[in-house]
Write a protein that binds this ligand. Structure first.
Ligand code: RUB
Length: 329
C-alpha cells in the first residue's frame, strides 16, 4: 500500500520547515498517522501494521532534534500495537490510530495553554522579557501574562539564519504587546535591561539540559552573568526518554545555503560553512522548566520522565541490558 501524498507532503513540510517548532511538528506527525489510517485501502491487519510502521518512519526521518516528534509517533503507535497484540481486527486498529492521533493533538494544545497559565505567574507587572526563536509554549506564557493585564515589554531576537524571531515579533505586535526585535548578537548588551528570559525547547534531557534553537545557550550564559531568571517552557512530550540511558539528542546540521549564498560558497571553496540548528543549555543555567504539570527545577526532569515514560523506560532498559549481555558473550 502506497503512502498517501498528503502524508508525504507533511513530511516534506517538516523537512523544509514550512511546519516548524517542536509542538507543531509533533501535532503534524500525529495527524500524518491519522490521515494514513483513514486512507488505508487494504484488508489485512498485518499489512496495515507494516504500512503504518512505514508511515511512521517517513515522518520520523524528517528532522532529528525535536524529541516531540518520536514521542508523538510513539504515543499513537504504542496504542495501536497494544491492540494489535491483543488480537484486534482491522477496523478497530484504524479507529485506535485515528483516536490516539486526535487525542495527542488535543493534549498538545491543552498543554501549551496550561503552560501559559502556569508560566504567567512568573511574570510581574512591568517586566521586560526576552525570548528567542519562535516557541508557541514561551509565547503562551507571555501572551497569557499580557491578557491578565500585566504591562510588558518584550525583546525578540531575530534568530539567524532562518529569522523565526520575525514570526514572534509579528505575533506579539498583533496582540498589542510592546515588542522590540534585536539581532542575536545584541543579547548581552540588552540583557542589562531584561527581567526574565522565556524560551521553548525541542528536547529536555534526563539531567535537565535543554536543547533549543541555536543561540539559546549563549542567551542563558548572558542571563546567568546578569543574574536574570532564565525559564524554559516545555510540554512533557519534549522530555527525551532515551537520555535516561545515556542517549544523546542529535543536533541537526542544516544546509550552509541557509547561512550564505551559493555564489559565496563557489567563490570560497575552502571556507567551511556550518549551520547547526540547535544547541544545549546545561541545567546550571536554567532556573526552572514550566511544564503543563507544573514548574520543576531542571534537575527534576528525571521525575517527569519516570512518570510519563515509565513503561517505555522499562522497555529501553531491558533492550540495553540484553544488548550488553550479547556483547559480553
Ligand atoms: C524551533 C525552536 C523552538 C522550539 C519550541 O526551531 O527551537 O524554540 O521548537 O517551540 P525550528 P514550541 O524553527 O528550527 O523548528 O514551543 O512551539 O514547541
Amino acid at each position: 500500500m502506497k503512502i498517501p501524498e498528503a502524508v508525504i507532503k507533511i513530511a516534506d513540510d517538516i523537512r523544509v520547515m514550512r511546519i516548524r517548532g517542536a509542538s507543531r511538528i509533533a501535532q503534524a506527525a500525529a495527524l500524518g498517522l491519522k490521515i494514513a489510517a483513514e486512507r488505508y485501502g487494504g484488508n489485512s491487519v498485518d499489512d496495515f501494521i507494516n504500512y503504518l510502521t512505514k508511515v511512521k518512519e517517513v515522518l520520523e526521518n524528517t528532522r532529528p532534534t525535536a524529541v516531540s516528534l518520536p514521542n508523538a509517533l510513539s504515543y499513537v503507535m504504542s496504542r495501536v500495537f497494544k491492540r494489535y497484540n491483543s488480537g484486534a481486527k482491522l477496523k478497530e486498529l484504524i479507529e485506535v490510530t485515528i483516536k490516539a492521533a486526535e487525542e495527542f493533538v488535543r493534549y498538545s494544545r491543552t498543554a501549551t495553554k496550561r503552560i501559559g497559565e502556569i508560566g504567567a505567574r512568573r511574570i510581574r507587572d512591568g517586566d521586560i522579557i526576552l525570548t528567542h526563536c519562535n516557541s508557541s509554549a514561551a509565547l503562551s506564557v507571555i501572551i497569557r501574562a499580557f491578557e491578565e493585564g500585566k504591562n510588558l515589554r518584550v525583546y525578540a531576537t531575530e534568530t539567524r539564519p532562518k529569522f523565526q524571531g520575525y514570526i514572534t515579533a509579528k505575533t506579539l505586535y498583533e496582540r498589542g504587546i510592546n515588542v522590540t526585535l534585536i539581532p542575536d548578537s545584541a543579547v548581552r548588551l540588552i540583557m542589562k535591561k531584561v527581567d526574565r528570559v522565556f524560551v521553548g525547547a525541542d528536547a529536555v534531557a534526563a539531567n535537565g539540559a535543554v536543547v533549543n534553537k541555536i543561540g539559546t545557550s549563549l542567551i542563558a550564559l548572558a542571563a546567568h552573568e546578569a543574574r536574570v531568571n532564565f525559564f524554559v517552557a516545555a510540554e512533557t512530550y519534549k522530555f527525551s526518554p532515551t537520555t535516561v540511558i545515556g542517549g544523546l539528542v542529535e543536533i541537526e546540521e542544516r544546509s550552509p545555503l541557509e547561512v550564505v549564498s551559493e555564489e559565496f560558497l563557489k567563490a570560497t571553496r575552502n571556507v567551511i560553512v556550518r549551520n547547526p540548528a540547535f544547541d544545549v543549555t546545561p541545567p546550571e543555567y536554567i532556573d526552572a522548566i514550566i511544564t503543563e504539570r507544573g514548574v520543576i527545577p531542571p534537575q527534576a526532569a528525571i521525575i517527569i520522565l519516570k512518570e510519563e515514560y515509565g513503561w517505555a523506560l522499562k522497555d529501553y532498559m531491558l533492550r540495553v541490558t540484553s544488548e550488553m549481555e550479547e556483547v559480553s558473550l
